[in-house]
Design a protein around this ligand. Structure first.
Ligand SMILES: Cc1ncc(COP(=O)(O)O)c(C=O)c1O
Length: 471
């Protein structure tokens, strides 16, 4: 008997399923502000997802289950009133760019396999390096996100500033406001917690440079090898920007690698009005920047930029006989020699498409809008009795808390946490919680280009109703 070729879906099946996916995508793009920002998955639906049938079922039926049961429940991080963590208000243009890239499925590791994709990645990286104020020697690549960018940047820092023999004595400096992905990266790179120095912060939760200098001196005196400082250009907690210029001065004097985590905040570079807030970032040796945050891209889209692109290959280039067919033909190395991945998707394509259609001005306006939303949130909090601003608007983040005189700190903590939880469960909005100065604080990160000041006022009003038990 002839071996059977699996037929796969017919052209008509594909037509129907793609049309359905398109209809649902457009409906999703057009969802109004009354759509829930959170919807918990039904356990039965989750159970159904676990079955793999013996015989394949119709594509449109399986697709409906994928979208309805699998992809729709949970937090809608692209909802205009999703304010927790760092939201991801991905543009439908980004969806389209990712879709087109997936269809062609070009291998973005070697240029021979995808010359156009390499040119796109280089062009977008150049645009971002220029925005950072980097020199022509700079470069970088797309990675899966901020965590990987921090990992790759710190890998280069380690290789450039610590010889193998000195690794066990290396020390890196950060603050407790530094994103946890940095400590995770250091752990993956083989450093022990004892090699991480948590430097004091000032009243605005920024790295205290005098404390940094003292810590470096103490470590040198003790025979250790300070090698890198990780500064934040926009902390996740409050949007604070460390004093980048002063830190860069110190790094220059002490021959330390300066890695700036701009996963969230570097996007402010693209708003001319706000760029000065990040002055000094151009002196970073390496810079993490996420496009799946404030550049409106779908998840899995981040960048690592470096002032000197020739420093990437010494950390990441390795070859083997079976890769020689894809060896670089021009002067620029292959992207697979510049970062941790060999096979990599064309991540830059979606941001390229977005930038082409929004233009510099459109992107600047969309980013600037986040600043005004955070200010609107702060204003709404200040106008509501019983509430206090814990951290005023910085970048697009405001932190605040219900703290009437009549409530103990502990009871206020519980009231704030419950209000955030109920707000999410009812689906009106999702507001994050964090701890600042030892107390639970609510936190709004507002970067959705379609969100309005009225959304901010309505969210604070609803929280107020919830804490007062009116809800
Ligand atoms: C400042 C900062 N750095 C790093 C990360 C980690 O980025 P990712 O989640 O893309 O890995 C985040 C995520 O929110 C962040 O806010």
């Amino acid at each position: 008997m002839d071996a059977q070729t699996p037929a796969g879906p017919s052209a008509a099946d594909l037509q129907r399923a793609f049309q359905r996916a398109l209809d649902l995508a457009l409906a999703h793009a057009a969802r109004g502000s009354d759509a829930p920002a959170f919807r918990r998955a039904h356990p039965d639906a989750l159970g159904r997802l676990g079955d793999v049938p013996d015989r394949g079922r119709p594509l449109d039926e399986a697709l409906a289950a994928l979208i309805e049961d699998g992809l729709s429940p949970g937090m809608d991080t692209g909802h205009r009133r999703f304010f927790a963590f760092i939201p991801s208000p991905a543009s439908p243009v980004s969806w389209l760019g990712e879709f087109a890239a997936a269809v062609h499925n070009r291998h973005a590791g070697s240029e021979l396999q995808s010359q156009g994709v390499a040119a796109i990645e280089r062009a977008v990286v150049r645009f971002l390096c220029d925005a950072a104020g980097y020199p022509q020697t700079s470069g970088g690549l797309f990675v899966s996100g901020g965590s990987t960018a921090n990992l790759a940047g710190l890998c280069v820092a380690r290789d450039q500033r610590l010889g193998e023999a000195k690794r066990s004595r290396g020390v890196v400096y950060l603050t407790r406001e530094t994103h946890s992905s940095v400590a995770k990266a250091l752990r993956i790179l083989g450093f022990f917690d004892s090699q991480i120095r948590v430097v004091a912060i000032d009243g605005a939760r920024r790295m205290d440079v005098a404390a940094l200098a003292a810590a470096v001196t103490a470590d040198r005196d003790a025979g250790r090898r300070p090698f890198a400082v990780v500064a934040s250009a926009g902390t996740t907690n409050t949007g604070a920007v460390d004093p980048l210029s002063e830190i860069a001065d110190l790094c220059g004097r002490e021959n330390l690698w300066l890695h700036v985590d701009g996963a969230y905040g570097a996007s402010a570079l693209l708003s001319p009005a706000h760029r000065p807030l990040l002055a000094g970032i151009e002196r970073a040796d390496s810079l993490s920047w996420d496009a799946h945050k404030w550049l409106f891209q779908t998840y899995g889209c981040g960048m690592l930029l470096v002032r000197d692109r020739s420093l990437l290959a010494p950390s990441f280039a390795l070859t083997s006989d079976y890769l020689r067919d894809g060896a670089a033909e021009g002067v620029e190395p292959n992207f697979w020699d510049l970062g941790p991945e060999l096979t990599r998707p064309a991540r830059a394509a979606r941001l390229w498409l977005t930038l082409q259609t929004m233009g510099r001005d459109g992107m600047a306006a969309a980013i600037a809008h986040g600043f005004s939303l955070a200010q609107a949130a702060e204003k709404a909090v200040r106008a509501t009795p019983g509430w206090i601003v814990v951290s005023p608007a910085q970048l697009a983040i405001t932190a605040f808390r219900y703290a009437p005189a009549a409530l103990s700190d502990e009871d206020a903590d519980a009231a704030n946490a419950q209000a955030a939880r109920r707000l999410m469960e009812e689906g009106f909005a999702v507001v994050g919680t964090t701890r600042l100065d030892g107390r639970l604080s609510l936190r709004i990160c507002a970067i959705h280009p379609q969100a309005t000041a009225a959304d901010m006022t309505a969210t604070v009003k609803r929280l107020d109703e919830l804490v007062r038990g009116i809800g």
